[in-house]
Design a protein around this ligand. Structure first.
Ligand code: SF4
Length: 72
């Protein structure tokens, strides 16, 4: 089984939040992008359905990030 999502390199969410210290983001990346739920990712499903990726601020769970997240 693949150890990381095939979209990792091009995924806006991953690129934007991979360095975030926010624990929730880390959790999503661990669980989805590099974990057992990668095939349940709503971003991936959106991309397949619409032929283009969703907003960078859409989480793998399908929810939108509304608060500013400290990426420093
Ligand atoms: S957010 Fe989804 S599409 Fe993006 S890298 Fe993670 S698992 Fe893949």
């Amino acid at each position: 089984m693949e150890s990381q999502c095939a979209h990792l390199e091009t995924c806006g969410f991953f690129k934007k939040y991979q360095a975030a210290k926010d624990l929730a983001c880390k959790g999503f990346i661990k669980l989805y992008c590099r974990g057992p739920k990668m095939n349940n990712c709503k971003r991936k499903q959106y991309r397949e359905k619409h032929g283009e990726p969703p907003s960078d601020d859409m989480l793998p769970s399908g929810h939108m990030i509304v608060n500013k997240i400290d990426r420093e």
